[in-house]
Ligand binder design. Structure first.
Ligand SMILES: Cc1cc2nc3c(=O)[nH]c(=O)nc-3n(C[C@H](O)[C@H](O)[C@H](O)COP(=O)(O)OP(=O)(O)OC[C@H]3O[C@@H](n4cnc5c(N)ncnc54)[C@H](O)[C@@H]3O)c2cc1C
Length: 372
């Protein structure tokens, strides 16, 4: 009698962003993985601002899904209804995997993230956005968190003659559990770059022209100051994407829309449905955390599938960040560097290459130097 191999369990991963692609890839050898995303390529949005100011980067930040998985399959589609482990896609196709991972992340105004499903269309929009920025002399950035700071640094590094104003209602830059020394270092560098900061006074209203589009911008702060610009960018707000939750999953969101998870990142009340990355309540909304959560869930599923080892709980790594200000500047807080990581570290670890080669390798794509 011949022994038959038991069928491999099925895993569906909904959303191929930083969390989803990582989980899908990590399980490719042990399960029948289906990765679903509406777009034909992963957008490495950590480098979006660089591609906005330097269009030769546009081709490098889109990484096609077609070579990500060796055994599993990529399905270009969108989940429109998910109830327990039953998934309905926009095409009408249905999935009912043994394990389901929700990783649909969040949206952010273009060009930080993109909702285009075809790479060529998204890339054309990036190039158009570059032309819009080029034509503007005065740039207004609303939001002095990491996205706003990075964009300010990118614009001033690429176009030193543009006037950049960064406004925020908060009293200081970079909210969050970061050392004040980091804010001080970043502010000193912003000052040196000639970026004008207007903190501690909210705008009465957001500009009435769309963001990232050249057009006369005129706003007033609560303290009565008027700011005029030729273009503006919205650099705040994460809009979580969970509109497909139905039935057994209809009530799993907290009051901000995030999917509530337990310490192993299982959706509350579910033993085989997980939520990772920006979509979940597990941690702060960063690609690094999304990636760590994907590794945790993939490791736990491997344990459950093989019966070897023990599952573990997610432990939030604590505050860490690296904010490049252009290719050569910036600062951060990293666990392996004592005190503030300065511009050299920011440039070497992130600012110069924007981690493009790291992500290209994951997608089996050539390094940036061999592409556009
Ligand atoms: C400009 C900018 C710079 C940033 N820089 C950094 C940084 O330097 N470091 C850092 O750690 N973090 C950074 N972040 C934050 C980081 O981008 C997010 O935390 C990260 O994208 C979260 O990954 P995710 O996989 O959870 O979600 P996402 O990256 O948002 O991916 C979700 C995926 O799900 C897909 N999807 C959505 N709805 C559906 C559906 N219904 N069906 C199927 N698929 C769906 C989307 O197409 C998308 O591909 C930055 C964010 C921005 C905007």
């Amino acid at each position: 009698m011949t022994e038959t191999t038991p069928p491999r369990p099925t895993v569906a991963v909904i959303g191929g962003g930083y969390a989803g692609f990582k989980a899908a890839k990590a399980l490719d050898d042990i399960a029948d993985v289906t990765l679903v995303d509406p777009s034909d390529s992963f957008l490495h949005n950590v480098a979006s601002w660089r591609a906005l100011v330097e269009p030769e980067w546009v081709d490098r930040i889109f990484l096609p899904y077609d070579r990500l998985l060796h055994r599993g399959r990529f399905v270009q589609d969108r989940a429109v209804a998910v109830d327990g482990r039953e998934v309905t896609l926009a095409s009408g196709a249905r999935l009912e995997p043994d394990y389901l991972i929700l990783a649909t992340g969040s949206s952010y105004p273009f060009p930080a993230k993109s909702d285009e499903t075809r790479t060529t269309v998204a890339q054309a929009r990036f190039r158009d956005a570059h032309q819009e920025l080029r034509s503007a002399k005065r740039v207004l950035l609303v939001g002095a968190g990491p996205a706003g700071l990075e964009l300010a640094g990118e614009i001033k590094s690429a176009f030193p003659d543009k006037h950049v104003t960064l406004v925020d209602a908060g009293p200081d830059i970079l909210p969050g559990r970061f050392d004040q020394a980091l804010r001080d270092e970043l502010r000193a560098q912003l000052d040196k770059l000639g970026i004008e900061l207007k903190l501690g006074s909210a705008l009465d209203e957001l500009p009435d022209v769309p963001p990232a589009t050249a057009g006369p911008v005129s706003v007033t702060t609560a303290s009565g100051e008027r700011i005029d610009a030729d273009i503006w960018y919205r650099c705040f707000g994460v809009t979580v994407r969970t509109d497909y939750l139905r039935g057994a999953l209809a009530d799993v969101r907290d009051d901000r829309g995030y999917v509530r998870v337990d310490d192993q990142l299982r959706v509350v009340g579910q033993d085989r449905v997980f939520a990772i990355g920006d979509v979940s309540t597990a941690d702060v909304k960063m690609a690094g955390m999304a990636s760590g959560q994907a590794e945790l869930v993939a490791g736990n599923l491997r344990t459950l599938i093989t019966g070897e080892g023990q599952t573990t709980a997610y432990v939030a790594p604590g505050p860490m960040i690296l904010v490049p200000l252009g290719p050569d500047g910036g600062a951060g807080m990293l666990p392996w560097i004592e005190g503030v990581a300065g511009p050299e570290a920011a440039s070497e670890i992130k600012g110069r290459g924007m981690l493009v080669d790291t992500y290209s390798a994951q997608f089996d794509a050539p390094p940036a130097s061999e592409r556009a």
